[in-house]
Write a protein that binds this ligand. Structure first.
Ligand SMILES: Cc1cc2nc3c(=O)[nH]c(=O)nc-3n(C[C@H](O)[C@H](O)[C@H](O)COP(=O)(O)OP(=O)(O)OC[C@H]3O[C@@H](n4cnc5c(N)ncnc54)[C@H](O)[C@@H]3O)c2cc1C
Length: 284
């Protein structure tokens, strides 16, 4: 008897080279990492399938390590692994914090950073962190490797520069100078998609990125420049509210998102100021 599953195909390569060859020769194929987003798509009939490429066995996509001064995070690193990594907590603690806010322990055990990046939701919790960390996305195909600055990876709502014959293999992060700060605002602590999510770095030229306020995660260069130029926080808040373009959707309203973004900016500034404490509330 034919079932819904009968029309689905799953290819399971054992090496990255084999996976890339399958993508080129047997495509189109949808990569499956932790499957937490793909499964939702399958359940609601919006999956990109019906032919899937299981990348779970690719050891080349795993691990969190240093190469010289560069932090290299494999695309298959799960949130649980990010949270547990002493190297990550030392170099980019806000990525470990962002990971703690994702879903629930079950999702953290399966969901991967590569999946969060490729899924391209403007609400993805790791994405503002990667934007302020000035990360680079490493893509590979049979033809070779290319490195894309994270801020150039998204071209529109759920659109990326990733080609159908490419996989994200890693994300690279240079050393981050300055105090790091992260905050997610959702309906509740666990299992809530962000209404607004902000990551920031308090450097001489501050860096600020926000999710859920535009079709993609965004840096806010006018607000950053205002703060770097010594403006008051009230003036910087006004610049920010003008700079972002949030929308009304089922999770929140544009008015709320604009107001909360401005409040988070002030919170970032006071938490990371000379006398302030860099304190991020814990999800649970
Ligand atoms: C209950 C629940 C709660 C959630 N809560 C949150 C939350 O709080 N915050 C949040 O940000 N997200 C949340 N998510 C979304 C999801 O868990 C994350 O986006 C997760 O990181 C996806 O990773 P994955 O490995 O499961 O990706 P998958 O589902 O396997 O893949 C997602 C997409 O990325 C592509 N892909 C995956 N890996 C690669 C790769 N290496 N190269 C190229 N393409 C690739 C896939 O083809 C697919 O299109 C939640 C999901 C669920 C079901």
């Amino acid at each position: 008897m034919a079932t819904v599953l009968s029309r689905l195909a799953l290819l399971q390569p054992g090496t990255l080279a084999e996976a890339l060859r399958l993508l080129r020769d047997e495509g189109p194929l949808v990569p499956l990492a932790g499957c937490t987003d793909v499964y939702v798509g399958l359940h609601f009939g919006s999956a990109l399938g019906p032919r899937f490429l299981d990348i779970q066995r690719l050891r080349e996509l795993r691990g969190i390590r240093l190469r010289g001064e560069t932090l290299v995070i494999g695309a298959m690193a799960t949130y649980a692994e990010l949270i547990a990594s002493p190297l990550l907590r030392r170099r980019l603690p806000i990525l470990a914090e962002a990971s703690r806010w994702v879903g629930s322990p079950q999702i953290q055990n399966r969901g991967t950073i590569g999946g969060n990046i490729a899924n391209a939701s403007p609400a993805g919790d790791t994405l503002p962190v990667l934007a302020v960390a000035e990360a680079t996305v490493v893509l590979r195909s049979v033809d070779g490797e290319r490195r894309v600055p994270f801020v150039s990876f998204y071209t529109g709502y759920r659109q990326t520069v990733l080609r159908p014959d490419e996989l994200i293999v890693a994300v690279e992060v240079p050393p981050v100078e300055g105090r790091q700060w992260f905050r997610k605002v959702g309906t509740r602590a666990a299992q809530a998609i962000s209404k607004v999510v902000m990551a920031a770095v308090r450097a001489p030229h501050p860096r600020i990125a926000i999710g859920s306020v535009a079709p993609t995660v965004v840096r806010v260069p006018r607000t950053e420049a205002a703060l770097a130029g010594g403006t008051t926080i009230a003036e910087a808040q006004a610049v920010l509210m003008d700079e972002i373009q949030p929308i009304d959707d089922l999770r929140s309203t544009a008015v709320y998102r604009r107001r909360v973004s401005a409040n988070l900016l002030a919170q970032f500034w006071s938490d990371t100021g000379r006398r302030g404490r860099a304190r991020t509330p814990q999800p649970r």
